[in-house]
Design a protein around this ligand. Structure first.
Ligand code: 6CS
Length: 343
């Protein structure tokens, strides 16, 4: 993974190439939209970006080109957010477990057991609920960025080197977590020791027994090979992987009306597309894991077992409200209502 100095060199290089290209692009009325991914080729975010590129380039008849930068080309998730806030990238994915450390309001989606059991409903709340786009949208604008959409990438599944069925099983257990305070606090409430690590270091940390487990959707567990270095896949029903697509706000504001419309329409259409894709991908990747490693042990917690974790996670809501004040209160109450409207 690139080090900071390498990343800075890449930014300078991009800027150096960018200026002449803009001049050429202006003559030819071409625009290039750079889109960053926190995941590798073949991932949910890659599927999203490839389809987005296809639709945008078709609709603008090639006047807009979308350049996709997969995970690793420009650094870690936090680097992609920085590059978007300064305008080197026009668009990026930013998953809530990571951007939550910069935008605390985003952590609402990390509150355990918040979502409805109906994922189609969850997806439509994520793409349309006005409170999200007001409260989180405003927090992002303060950081020079614009929230375009949010979507589901799958259930969070724990991959561990021991069976976990009750909170006591987390004693003497080191859990790799994404760096968002609420994610860290949740696993601490369960009794685990938490170790925040970048995505690229998780495989090595599991292999070297620096951590005993981690949490991610099945498609990621397969493509990052986390299942090779753990024995159990555990569905605790605690949370879902949610990502956002964000844009550089000054760039968005200077788009022509026509391009803004194309962008907004495409983002809206992509919600149903990606919902189906992530569902299919998570199913097919689970099969792949089971075929490659037939002795992997699958554990699905019963409602009774989930309740023990749910109970321990109760203080997390208060922590969220403490970190986000009245903005967070409006957001949480709107989302609790929205998710509860379909069980
Ligand atoms: O665990 C992580 O850090 C990452 N997981 C996924 C599925 N996407 C991006 C994120 O950085």
């Amino acid at each position: 993974m690139p080090q900071k100095s390498f990343l800075i060199a890449v930014i300078y290089l991009l800027s150096a190439f960018y200026l002449p290209f803009v001049a050429y692009a202006e003559n030819a009325k071409l625009e290039v939209w750079r889109f960053g991914l926190e995941e590798i080729e073949g991932s949910v975010q890659d599927i999203y970006a490839q389809e987005f590129k296809k639709r945008i380039e078709e609709k603008t008849q090639g006047r807009v080109l979308v350049d996709i930068y997969s995970y690793g080309m420009l650094g870690e998730s936090e680097d992609l957010t920085t590059l978007t806030s300064i305008g080197t990238l026009q668009l990026t994915h930013a998953s809530v477990g990571i951007i939550g450390s910069l935008i605390p309001q985003m952590q609402v989606f990390n509150i355990p057991y918040l979502f409805s059991a109906n994922d189609a409903h969850n997806q439509s709340v994520l793409s349309e609920n006005p409170a999200i786009y007001t409260e989180i949208g405003n927090a992002l604008i303060d950081q020079n960025m614009r929230l375009l959409t949010l979507y589901l990438e799958g259930d969070m599944v724990w991959t561990t080197n021991k069976a976990i069925r009750r909170p006591g099983d987390f004693d003497d257990f080191r859990m790799r977590v994404m760096n968002s305070p609420l994610v860290v606090e949740t696993f601490q409430q369960y009794g685990a020791e938490t170790i925040p690590l970048p995505y690229s270091q998780v495989y090595g940390a599991l292999q070297a027994h620096i951590v005993d487990g981690q949490s991610n959707p099945i498609f990621a567990i397969e493509e990052m090979k986390f299942y090779e270095v753990t024995d159990y896949l555990i569905w605790a029903g605690q949370s879902k992987f949610v990502t956002s697509v964000i844009a550089n706000q000054p760039w968005y504001l200077t788009l022509s009306n026509e391009n803004k419309q194309v962008l907004n329409d495409t983002i809206k259409e992509m919600s149903n597309f990606i919902f189906k894709q992530q569902n299919d991908l998570n199913k097919s990747r689970l099969k792949m894991i089971q075929e490659t490693k037939p002795d992997v042990i699958l554990i699905r917690l019963s409602n009774h077992q989930k309740n023990a974790f749910r109970k321990l996670a109760q203080p997390i809501k208060a922590q969220f409200l403490k970190q986000t004040g009245s903005q967070g209160e409006r957001l949480l109450s709107a989302l609790e209502k929205a998710f509860a409207s379909k069980k």
